[in-house]
Design a protein. Sequence first.
Length: 312
Amino acid sequence: MIDITEQLKSFESQIINYRSYNLAYMTVMRSIQATQMRGIPSCVVLVGPSGCGKSTLANQIISTYPPESSEEDNGGVRNRRPTMYCGLPTKATIKSFAKALLESLKFEAYSGDAFELTQRAIRQILLQNVEVAFLDEFQMLADKKAEQARIDVINCVARLVDRTRIPFVILGTPDIESFFYEKDILRRRFPFFARLTPLQLDLTEPASDLQLVLRGLDKKMYEIGHLKTGVHLHEPEITLPLFFASGGIMEDLRLHLSNAFSFSLYRGDGTLRCEDFSNAFEITRHDHCMLAEGNPFEVDRNRLLEMANSEP
């Protein structure tokens, strides 16, 4: 069997910038820069449905910083960690949140109460010279039954910001909007806000976000796969069913393209065919597919257009 691993890795690592993604990226970067220039934490909240690119954006920013390193001084070995990324635990409490912070800092000292663990996390953030912190999955606090935990974690975040004086980037689904800015404690500490949304269908405008993404990925697919002929992602016969298959969710779209690309590479004839996309649809789940049933790559295009035009 042909080894296509490196070609798939190369394709999947491609990031195509488009307007709404660029705006969110620049908002987060502006938050970091404002904190550095003013000396006052000016943090940011980034929201978007799952799969719309929040983690990709965070990882892209993290990649601009030096990697973790270690240095030895009179006090022993000290880690230097320019960035940290921590996911909020399911059914979070202030203690489980503090433990997750310590775990992301690779400081395995979990004994003590919530206050002691939080103080330990603050100390490690300062000792490890963290410059920016990403806190993900904050929609875990949206459960109305977790009101006290939500208050505790929000108070803890405010304390982290005040004590460390570094920019924090909060990531979550739009659910966090209902509570994150509810109280004044976080409003002034998080003056920046950014949003990522699903891509919207546009079959003709080359400057639309969907067309920019598809044209960029199409170019990379043909270059990396040394493809000679075939269909193109920005052509309506592919764009329309691809949009219906993914619902405009970037993560789903990228997975579908990667699978279609793999069918083309395994065939090894330097072509990209409609059947590659149809086969790709058959081998994965499609939680955001806009069709109740059936494969959108096997549905009449006029029917898909009618459905698209009837969408509110």
